[in-house]
Design a protein around this ligand. Structure first.
Ligand SMILES: [Cu+2]
Length: 458
């Protein structure tokens, strides 16, 4: 029942890639996912071409979407000769674009509207850009404009001018890196110290570390014990639990046990249920685990910054069980439990368990095996999580067993929600597993962000 470690998963994939047939299925996975997004990318490219022909000046056209508290793409590349920037607001509220070092500040753009502006020849370098509407920059609506050779660092041409062959090559290159090795692995179960009276004690230190979200991209992560997600705290119903939080952050903090039944004084909501835990101080949370739960522990202090930056981890009480309604369908035992924590903001950004594709972790099952997935959304947006074949069954919502399981191949997980889904492996192969908001999973430069795979072996 214990989840396979990352090293065993990677070893499994490495073993598979030595096998020609398996390598073929990995390639077909890449091709399938490329195809999945290709139509949309073509549409964008055509749109740009038509806009460019309206002008006598042959500036490359690049597109930037203003989404829900994010710039898409967050990293925009243009040549030093300048570019025509087409900005579209795809969100439901007004946004604008500011590039302070270039003196660019657009008017507010209404939902659904577009605006085109020409960026003049600009010195090579990276330039900050963000939404100018009050509060939106702080909410994560920021990005980087990369100009000139900085934009060409990988030797590839820009998204707006790539040929079809170039685009396919870039997509294949990214897909082949999966699963890419990065430093650090979050979410592993934390062994408790068992005290004389049987209490299970978990010691957490909140601290800032450099975290490798994807190969070579290190960010300042706010963590518990230096990993994202924080280690899983797992106990059984009836256990007495003690969590000792030491604060080594430059800010005060407090720890909320989301979805766990605790006394009010242990709810971690400063300044109501406790004083904020100051830098250098500690706070001890104590409770008895009363019921089965799929909870998450996270900061409840300056939370819109501390949580997206990494301060979240699963806390589970007991183990999921198979509802009797699913037994006739061959669901007899749960072979693997996977916690998948979604995030989209802060320094970590679009990620599954603190990593962005191609550094996300693949999972393996044998045909006939059943995997229980606990989805947690610790981001600021909803994410429809889609596992290609087979359809799963939602058996619990927010840690409470459903009276009747509900089938799903795409489950919308809102911020703060948890869903427990059983998936049974039917067909061998490498099956894509991703957020179905496509801008969270794919760009013209290939897959990124909230993408991983389920590898089903014969
Ligand atoms: Cu998403």
């Amino acid at each position: 029942m214990s989840p396979c470690s990352r090293s065993c998963e990677v070893a499994t994939l490495a073993r598979m890639s030595k096998n020609d047939a398996r390598a073929l299925s990995i390639a077909s996975f890449a091709v399938a996912v490329v195809a999945m997004f290709f139509a949309a990318v073509l549409l964008i490219t055509r749109h740009d071409d038509s806009a460019a022909t309206e002008s006598a000046v042959t500036l490359e056209t690049v597109t930037l979407d203003l989404g829900a508290m994010k710039l898409q793409p967050a990293d925009l590349m243009i040549p030093a000769e300048g570019a025509r920037l087409r900005i579209t607001n795809i969100d439901a509220t007004a946004h604008s674009l500011v590039i302070p070092d270039l003196g660019i500040r657009t008017a507010e753009i209404a939902p659904g509207d577009s605006l085109t502006l020409d960026i003049p020849p600009t010195a090579d370098g990276t330039y900050e850009m963000y939404c100018g509407v009050a509060g939106h920059k702080e909410a994560g609506m920021t990005g980087t404009l990369m100009v000139g050779t900085t934009a060409n660092g990988d030797g590839m041409s820009h998204g707006g001018t790539m040929t079809n062959e170039e685009m396919d090559a870039v997509m294949l290159e990214v897909a082949r890196k999966f699963p890419a090795q990065t430093e650090g692995h979050g979410g592993d179960r934390l062994a408790p110290t068992v005290l004389a009276d049987g209490t299970k004690q978990f010691d957490l230190v909140a601290k800032i570390v450099q975290w490798e979200v994807e190969p070579g991209r290190f960010v300042e992560a706010w963590t518990y014990k230096g990993v994202v997600p924080a280690p899983e705290i797992h106990v059984n119903v009836g256990d007495k639990v003690r969590i000792v939080l030491k604060n080594d952050l430059p800010q005060s903090t407090s720890l909320h046990l989301h979805g766990i039944q605790v006394p009010n004084s242990m709810d971690g909501v400063d300044p109501y249920t406790q004083a904020p835990t100051l830098p250098g101080d500690s706070f001890t949370y104590e409770f008895t685990a009363k019921t089965y739960a799929t909870g998450i522990y996270h900061s409840h202090h300056n939370a819109q910054e501390q949580i997206p930056n990494g301060m979240f981890g699963a806390i589970t009480i007991g183990d999921p069980t198979i509802p009797e309604q699913l037994e006739p369908m061959g669901y007899t035992q749960i072979d693997k439990v996977v916690n998948m924590v979604l995030n989209d903001s802060g320094t970590i950004g679009l990620s599954l368990n603190g990593k962005s594709f191609p550094a996300t972790e693949p999972y393996t099952l044998k045909v006939g095996q059943v995997m229980a997935v606990n989805y947690y959304n610790e981001g600021l947006m909803g994410h429809p999580m889609h596992l290609h074949q087979p359809a799963g069954w939602i058996i619990a919502k927010d840690g409470v067993q459903m009276l009747t399981p509900m089938p799903t191949d795409t489950v919308w997980v809102s911020p703060g929600e948890r869903y427990t889904v059983l998936y049974k492996a039917i067909e061998p192969g490498v099956w894509a597993w991703h957020c179905h908001i496509l801008t969270h999973a794919e760009s013209s430069k290939g897959m990124f962000g909230m993408v991983t795979a389920l590898i089903v072996e014969q």
